[in-house]
Ligand binder design. Structure first.
Ligand SMILES: [Fe+2]
Ligand SMILES: [Fe+2]
Length: 265
């Protein structure tokens, strides 16, 4: 089973650039074209939040136009730049967005790898949050299928990146989240976005990771007190390859105009 992850598309209204400089829509169109060209085709694409930049209806309308050409199924998560109601209004046919208890949380049961999506949005804040209700849903949902290998998607990584300004306000409920995951060894991976960089960590008895943005990245600056800046390093997507004999293996694939592959001789 092949699961593609894209994240942090930060779509703005037509004619508007993020930071006045970055055409996030053009970047997303390129990512969609790259995913459509893949052979074998991913079974599903998961878009892990910060779908748009300001949670606005015209941004979601544009997001819908940009994602609609995807030839494989795709599912959305909410990030700190998203608005649950406007998201649901723009995708009324995406029933799973109605989620559980008002949150955008759902389980995808179709493949050999079970996929769970969590809603880490804390309205009005940049940080991630999993309240008692959301954590209880996770525990309940994992407990319902302990024999099914499972991958969890969530916008915010429940760990610190080392980039001080990104780590400012810690993930609320991270310790409880880790404790639940640690009790369910079928969790093969916790995959997040938000950092606009690729990271990997042992966490909650499993592996946690983040996927780069389809557009701009946050600059890697590990100095104390460093300002948060963005950088136009190559955008990327991730391909999570599930095999029963091996688990989840992740390829981080840069997006850009590179020369075609050449034979070794
Ligand atoms: Fe983001
Ligand atoms: Fe974010």
């Amino acid at each position: 089973m092949l699961v593609a992850q894209i994240t942090d598309c930060h779509i703005r209204p037509p004619g508007k650039l993020i930071y006045g400089a970055v055409d996030t829509a053009a970047y997303l169109a390129r990512a969609v074209a790259a995913l459509n060209a893949l052979d074998p085709r991913p079974d599903i694409v998961i878009v892990t939040g910060d779908l748009v930049d300001a949670g606005a209806p015209d941004e979601y309308a544009r997001l819908r136009e940009l994602l609609s050409p995807l030839v494989m199924p795709w599912r959305l998560l909410a990030g700190n730049h998203d608005d649950r109601e406007n998201l649901r209004a723009a995708f009324p046919d995406h029933n799973y967005l109605r989620g559980d208890g008002g949150f955008v949380q759902y389980a995808l049961e179709d493949g050999p790898l079970r996929l769970l999506s969590l809603d880490s949005l804390d309205v009005g804040a940049a940080r991630g949050k999993l309240c008692a209700d959301r954590l209880a849903w996770l525990d309940r949902t994992l407990s319902a299928a302990p024999e099914r290998p499972t991958m969890i998607f969530v916008h915010h990584p429940p760990f610190a990146s080392g980039v001080e300004k990104l780590d400012g306000d810690p993930f609320y409920g991270a310790r409880e989240f880790a404790a639940i995951v640690a009790r369910h060894p079928q969790v093969e991976r916790v995959a997040a976005g938000h950092l606009h960089r690729a990271t990997t960590l042992r966490w909650g008895g499993t592996v946690a990771s983040t996927c780069p943005s389809t557009a701009h990245q946050f600059a890697l600056d590990l100095r104390a007190g460093a300002p948060l800046t963005y950088v136009l390093e190559p955008p990327a997507y991730q391909l999570h390859l599930w095999r029963a004999d091996q688990g989840v293996l992740t390829h981080t694939v840069p997006l850009g105009d590179f020369p075609p592959p050449r034979p070794l001789r």
